[in-house]
Write a protein that binds this ligand. Structure first.
Ligand code: NAG
Ligand code: NAG
Ligand code: NAG
Ligand code: NAG
Length: 418
């Protein structure tokens, strides 16, 4: 081999390995992966955190303006002096078997799609493959508290082989380099991933963005997606619902959901509109300020899960899992959704799409009567506790529901085995 070719090879290798601040190789079949973020990047991020200039608030704080100055300052201090990424990285690596692969395009997106994913096979021969899709501002870390329960249940309960991919732009799945990879295409890529792993029929689970992804999958791959379990069954009230609400005649569940939706419009809709419109404009600041980006993440997490006590370690680690590769790709996913009109008009679109599969809804205080308006619900469970990030907040309840939904003799079990 000539010197010139060697140099070119070396240069190509460097070009790939220096692009992202973590070690990764994306081949054409699944290969084991360990999180290994460059120490120089971790230290640079800590220094940036220590140099954060904190915003000045009004004398009287309005919670809709953003998180409290005290809370963001506490994150800055903790990140500067106490936060230990290497410990978080080790815990994830010790607990979650991870892999990388490449999918050769999906649907209308013809470019290769490098993916990072968690894959734990149950030791049970009768285990059912389960694809778990995370949301925003989450990542594959959401599977951490449910993976043991899914894959290693008591012997008389249903077991699952668990596959939890990172959406492109999240965790360690690199963001798409080209326009056109939205949640539908991500779902098409995840289906190809399941086929690569030898699973040609399976159950899907998701909340938040994951719930949108798995609905697309159920529609695009009805032969494989035999059942669907979600903790976000987004349902907008119709005119009669609102009339009864205005007459103070709603049930407690209906009133709760209507109030949640109104609060969402007041607090979190603005964030989404930034992502839908100028994600890059936003990303310059967020990419350069880890604490500034954390303030964005914690606002969403605390609004979504107000009764859950997020620790500062959790908040920073969740932030890091979007920050390490840069927060642009994950934010831009909302633009892809908006361009396909799938989030802004999704209620009317999805109401007309009846799911080909038996569907399950497990949702926090969701009105039971409303759920079947969007599909064939064969299992429904509603809790008076927990929030938007169910797999993190109420993992045991979520796993128990999946087992119950998929136990022998149920409609979902039959749909899987036929
Ligand atoms: C935010 O700060 C307030 C006031 O110091 C404190 O009561 C609250 O516990 C903090 N919240 C979090 C999540 O740290
Ligand atoms: C490709 O895009 C067209 C136009 O938006 C759409 O009708 C079609 O369903 C898409 N195909 C796939 C496989 O996603
Ligand atoms: C499995 O056994 C436990 C303990 O006896 C019981 O509570 C549970 O209902 C059983 N599950 C099924 C699916 O029969
Ligand atoms: C309130 O609900 C009850 C029971 O469903 C119904 O009989 C009554 O007409 C409702 N009142 C209004 C104002 O909608």
């Amino acid at each position: 081999m000539s010197k010139r070719i060697l140099l070119q090879l070396l240069f190509a290798a460097l070009a790939v390995s220096t692009k992202l601040p973590f070690k990764a190789h994306f081949g054409n079949k699944p290969a084991p992966f360990l999180i290994d973020v460059d120490q120089s990047f971790i230290e640079e991020t800590r220094v940036k955190a220590s140099l954060t200039r904190i915003a000045t608030d009004l004398v009287q704080h309005d919670p809709r303006d953003g998180p409290l100055v005290q809370n963001v300052s506490a994150i800055k201090d903790y990140w500067t002096h106490n936060y230990n990424w290497n410990k978080a990285q080790k815990q994830l690596n010790d607990h979650l078997p991870q892999f990388t692969t490449t999918i050769d395009g999906a649907g209308n997106y013809s470019h290769p799609i490098p993916l990072h994913f968690v894959h734990r096979r149950s030791s049970r021969k009768d285990a059912i493959p389960l694809l778990f899709v995370h949301g925003y501002p989450g990542s594959f870390i959401e599977v951490d508290r449910v993976i043991d329960g899914y894959s290693n249940p008591p012997s008389n309960e249903t077991a699952f082989h668990v596959v939890a991919p990172s959406l492109p732009g999240f965790g360690f799945s690199p963001a798409p380099e080209y326009f056109g990879l939205g949640l539908r295409e991500a779902g098409q890529a995840f289906h190809k991933l399941m086929l690569q792993l030898g699973y040609n029929k399976y159950l899907v689970h998701g909340g938040d963005l994951g719930s949108h992804t798995i609905r697309y999958m159920a529609i695009d791959h009805p032969e494989s997606v035999r059942a669907l379990h979600t903790n976000l069954w987004y349902q907008v009230p119709n005119k009669q619902d609102m009339d009864r609400f205005n007459a103070k005649n709603s049930t407690a569940e209906e009133a709760f959901l209507i109030n949640v939706l109104a609060a969402f419009r007041l607090t979190l809709l603005g964030q989404r509109q930034v992502f839908e419109n100028q994600p890059l404009q936003w990303a310059y600041a967020a990419t350069d300020s880890p604490v500034g980006f954390a303030a964005w993440v914690i606002f969403e997490l605390q609004a979504g899960s107000p009764s859950y006590s997020w620790t500062i370690d959790e908040l920073i680690t969740w932030t890091m899992l979007l920050y390490i590769q840069g927060p642009f790709g994950s934010a831009r996913m909302y633009k892809e959704l908006q361009l396909r009109a799938s989030l802004t008009t999704f209620t009317s679109r999805w109401a007309s799409l009846s799911l080909p599969n038996k569907a399950l809804s497990r949702s926090v205080k969701h009105p039971k009567d409303w759920a079947p308006r969007q599909g064939n619900i064969v299992f429904f469970n509603s809790y008076s506790f927990g929030g938007h990030f169910a797999a993190w907040e109420v993992p045991n309840e979520l796993v128990a529901d999946a087992r119950e939904f998929m136990k022998p003799g149920t409609a979902a079990w039959d749909a899987y085995h036929k």
